[in-house]
Design a protein around this ligand. Structure first.
Ligand SMILES: [Zn+2]
Length: 288
């Protein structure tokens, strides 16, 4: 076995056990091994993945491959992305969203953007996306018209799904114009809950859909291999103290705000994790 990112052949074990195969509670019958490249630090699950052109993945994760359902589930998450990007830089700009799903993020910015490019392989989303955006299944198809023209390319929680994250970022890099930016995000395998609650949280965190697992250091290395010189990491803890307390008590995710007793402490809780790199999620700004 050779790391697809750095070609190293030595691996340690990041996780060995049953993994999530869909929503919470759906676990693999067999134990699986997530390997960790000893050079670049990327985690890798062999035999992972879904056919993302088919409805299968969305049905496994969301219950159905339907744009309305997607919007209901994910519109609420778009505020967090805008807190990372700010609202400047979109006016008259060319914005691409790689792996955009039902297009929630592009819908929010398209009011001020000049052009929006939706890259999404799931065919059942494409007809709806095409009503508002330029639609492509893959970045290599978008490159024909948009290479070197894009101001901002975003890709939220996608690179952990792809077969070859190095090629994925190299292709995205070709989309952006000189001075343009890329913003990617992915779950963080340095998430403190993985160390604190390994028995109940690891089999939720590691999942069939995610072929790759990253922390700050491995994103940095991957981005450098892909030709980005500057990498700025932004850690975000998406889930609150209430969610953690419920994991402890109920051994399951409950989402955000289930108990409001400790809401005032959320700011400190999140900022501590974000400053120490142990937050559950990582954004990375990449520039050439
Ligand atoms: Zn590697």
């Amino acid at each position: 076995m050779k790391c697809k990112i750095c070609e190293t052949e030595s691996f340690s074990v990041l996780y060995h056990g049953r993994i999530r195969t869909g929503g919470f509670g759906n676990l693999s019958d067999e134990k699986q091994t997530v390997f960790c490249c000893e050079s670049c630090g990327a985690g890798f699950l062999p035999d992972a993945g879904f056919d993302y052109e088919d409805r299968e993945y969305r049905e496994a994760v969301d219950g159905a491959a339907d744009v309305r359902l997607f919007q209901g589930l994910y519109d609420g998450e778009q505020v967090e992305k805008l807190t990372v990007t700010g609202s400047e830089g979109y006016r008259n700009a060319i914005i691409a969203d790689i792996g955009c799903g039902g297009g929630s993020f592009l819908d929010f910015v398209s009011g001020v953007a000049g052009e929006t490019i939706a890259v999404e392989p799931c065919e059942s989303f494409q007809i709806k996306l095409a009503e508002k955006h330029n639609v492509y299944s893959y970045v290599r198809e978008a490159l024909v018209l948009w290479a070197g023209k894009v101001d901002l390319a975003v890709s939220f929680a996608v690179m952990e799904h792809v077969d070859d994250p190095l090629l994925f970022l190299q292709e995205i890099r070709q989309l952006i114009k000189p001075g343009g930016k890329v913003l990617i995000s992915t779950p963080n395998y340095d998430d403190w809950l993985l160390k604190f609650l390994p028995d109940i949280y690891e089999s939720f965190f590691y999942r069939q859909a995610h072929q790759w697992y990253f922390n700050g250091r491995s994103i940095q290395k991957l981005a450098n291999y892909a030709g980005f010189k500057s990498v700025e990491l932004v850690y975000k803890n998406r889930f609150d103290l209430s969610n953690t307390l419920h994991w402890l008590r109920d051994h399951r995710p409950t989402g955000i705000g289930k108990t409001e007793t400790f809401t005032e402490m959320d700011c400190s809780y999140k900022s501590l994790l974000e400053r120490s790199g142990k937050a559950d999620f990582i954004y990375a700004w990449l520039t050439v």
